[in-house]
Design a binder for this molecule. Structure first.
Ligand code: SF4
Length: 406
């Protein structure tokens, strides 16, 4: 992680076992393996029970964690506290909740908590997180893209969206469900189990589909995923994390080499003319290039999720479904069809439900595994393409008082 930047960050959530271990080894010459073991214990002490609040980050706490004097003073130079503050919670009628978060330099970013639709058996809570403040990609249907790019988020700012959301979910969890969770106990020597069993975790999935194009901030996205999937820290399975891109063909190889997280590609149109009209990235990497590169670099056994936002009378005909089916043919994939949400371009509107059904039925006839993602959180501006970040203050004035802590 520290390799991303010239000098190592002193924020603990910028590090995983490798980077923290390297740091300790460089400072103490203790040997890399020993340093890594101490780093793992430190991350467990700092983040293993993060869902219930801040850890004790003191010399005594690190002694309890089994960390020797040789490492403790160095570890205590790191700060495990949150780098974001919760500015607003905007709950939707459908159970979705948009979170507005303030950064240290007074930027605003957004995350969205999306519970499973009512009636689904599996308890599932998806967190949609942001990777940048703003975005340079200027997709026509996206509120974030209409404001341009401000800056990259640090790895800690990506991880801290998860930490804040997890604390909110944990606090909101009914008491009887909380009681099912075992009291965290110090792990046995040589084990890494520290966190709740997957079924009892408040957040089950993470998607990088919030503000920003993750591939434009890939080193920090990769670092954040490394910490989120570190067994001693947040212990998320990589298969439960999905990174979505508009189709940065040049970054796909690096993505697959650096993480086991899932890949989603927003395709959104069945041909280059229409795709370029709504997604300027297509002028750089057209659909044929994207398809060719994907097939070249995608490791065997992996598959990709194509996302297709459906706009009335733009890309929703049966012929368009056929073109899409042709495009994905031969690629191990699934297609998510997303009836469009109201966005900055008034000409891009939501199709009638029967058009959506017919489109999906045609894809199914063509043998494409397809799922319709019904809009969630529209009433609070939390649906796909609606995240506004700093512009939120112009849309709905916020109190400028000190942000509330999660
Ligand atoms: S859809 Fe994603 S990549 Fe496109 S402008 Fe919005 S945030 Fe950026």
């Amino acid at each position: 992680m520290s390799a991303t930047d010239s000098s190592p960050s002193n924020r603990l959530a910028d590090h995983d076992v490798d980077s923290l271990g390297s740091y300790l080894h460089e400072r103490t010459s203790c040997g890399l393996e020993r340093a890594r073991r101490a780093a793992a214990k430190a991350l467990r002490a700092a983040f293993g029970t993060d869902a219930v609040g801040d850890c004790r980050w003191t010399d005594a706490a690190l002694i309890e964690a089994g960390i020797g004097q040789w490492a403790r003073p160095h570890l205590l130079t790191f700060d495990p506290s949150l780098s974001l503050a919760l500015a607003e919670r905007a709950p939707s009628e459908d159970g979705t909740e948009r979170l507005l978060l303030r950064t240290h330099d007074d930027q605003l970013i957004e995350s969205v908590l999306i519970p499973a639709e009512k009636g689904r058996k599996r308890a599932r809570m998806t967190l949609c997180i942001s990777s940048q403040v703003g975005c340079a990609r200027a997709c026509a249907f996206c509120e974030t893209g209409s404001h341009g790019m401000v800056r990259q988020l640090a790895a800690r700012e990506i991880v801290d969206q998860f930490r804040i959301a997890q604390r909110i979910c944990e606090a909101d969890r009914p008491v009887d469900r909380r009681a099912e969770a075992p009291t965290p106990t110090p792990p046995k020597r040589g084990t890494s189990a520290n966190t709740l069993p997957a079924a009892l975790r408040p957040i089950s999935n993470i998607v990088f589909m919030g503000m920003g194009e993750p591939m434009d901030n890939l080193p920090r996205v990769r670092d954040a995923i490394a910490l989120l999937t570190t067994p001693q820290a947040f212990a998320f399975a990589p298969s439960r994390i999905t990174v979505s891109t508009v189709g940065h063909a040049d970054k796909l190889a690096t993505f697959f080499e650096s993480t086991r997280a899932e890949l989603a590609i927003s395709i959104n149109a069945p041909d280059d003319t229409r795709r370029s009209r709504i997604m300027p990235i297509n002028d750089r990497y057209d659909m044929a290039t994207l398809r060719r590169v994907l097939l070249e670099v995608m490791p065997k056994g992996r598959r990709v999720l194509f996302q297709y936002a459906l706009f009335a009378d733009f890309n929703d005909s049966l012929d368009d479904a056929d073109l899409l089916a042709d495009y994905v043919h031969g690629i191990p994939c699934r297609v998510n069809v997303i009836p469009a949400n109201p966005g900055p371009d008034p000409s891009l509107t939501t199709p009638a439900p029967e058009r959506v059904d017919a489109f999906v039925a045609r894809l199914a006839e063509r043998g494409v595994t397809t799922l319709v993602r019904r809009p969630r959180g529209r009433d609070v501006g939390g649906a796909c393409g609606q995240l506004a970040g700093s512009r939120r203050e112009q849309l709905v004035p916020l109190k400028r008082s000190k942000p509330e802590s999660p």
